[in-house]
Design a protein around this ligand. Structure first.
Ligand code: IPE
Ligand code: IPE
Ligand code: MG
Length: 239
């Protein structure tokens, strides 16, 4: 019978540092609802509550930047009813929570081709971005109608129009320009793929996957991911 090699005890080789920029692919709302025989919309509703908690937790944990994948450019493939539910939740969330975020020194940034959303949502988003522009404790980057390939194409076009295509000129034209480099990428719900999220930015990001469905994700689990990050050794191709 094959012997299972004992795993060495892992000694933390990491820097013990906090990530400056954490991004989360918030997945599993539908499965959360299905498990409870509830409509999908209920899963999305509970997902919004998790967003609220995790944005607060990010501030409490001292995170500089939190990016959340809220709606992908491929999510338009979903039934119209679900898309309408998601847009209604987004509208309500921004209206109900942005005063609190603004008071808690959260700066809002939107990444993705959000101008294709309905005019009233674009208006409240831009108003919230302007109103929180001077805040500096935590930056919350929300990805709406975001697709990383589309983002890179737009960035490459802009770089070409400026006269030079290089890694730095493309990077300077990405929607995430101005944010710290992505350190840690979390995906909930057990899926282990990027689904067109931050393909460029993830070049040297650390990945952290959990089986937890997004509505059940908590501050404790975020803290556990940060702790694990602190134990990772990053080499960037060097030695
Ligand atoms: C994530 O939950 C929310 C969005 C993609 C908008 P899902 O709706 O993808 O949930 P599952 O993956 O079907 O469980
Ligand atoms: C990724 O989740 C998009 C968001 C979390 C907004 P999906 O549920 O859309 O991804 P796939 O379809 O499982 O890859
Ligand atoms: Mg999903």
């Amino acid at each position: 019978m094959a012997q299972v090699e004992p795993q060495p005890v892992r000694i933390a080789a990491g820097t013990g540092e906090m990530p400056r920029h954490v991004a989360i692919i918030m997945d599993g709302n539908g499965r959360w609802a299905k498990k409870r025989m509830l409509p999908r919309a209920m899963g999305h509703k509970r997902g919004v509550e998790t967003v609220r908690n995790i944005v607060r937790a990010a501030g409490e944990l001292g995170l500089e930047t939190l990016s959340l994948y809220a709606f992908s450019s491929e999510n338009w493939k979903r039934p119209e009813e679900e898309i309408n539910d998601l847009m209604a939740l987004m509208r309500d969330f921004i209206k109900s929570d942005f005063d609190t975020f603004a008071k808690n020194d959260v700066r809002l940034k939107i990444i993705g081709d959000y101008k294709a959303l309905s005019a009233d949502i674009v208006e409240i988003l831009e108003e919230s971005v302007a109103r929180t522009a001077k805040n500096s404790r935590t930056t919350l980057a929300v990805a709406l109608n975001y697709g990383s390939q589309d983002e890179m194409v737009r960035a490459a076009r802009a770089a070409a129009a400026q006269g030079e295509i290089s890694a730095s000129s493309i990077e300077a034209n990405l929607d995430t320009a101005g944010l710290p480099p992505l350190d840690l990428l979390i995906r909930t719900s057990g899926e282990q793929r990027l689904s067109n999220f931050m393909l460029w930015q993830a070049a040297y990001a650390e990945f952290w996957f959990t089986e937890t469905l997004w509505p059940d994700f908590s501050k404790d689990e975020l803290a556990a991911a940060l702790n694990e990050f602190a134990c990772r050794e990053r080499r960037y191709g060097g030695r």
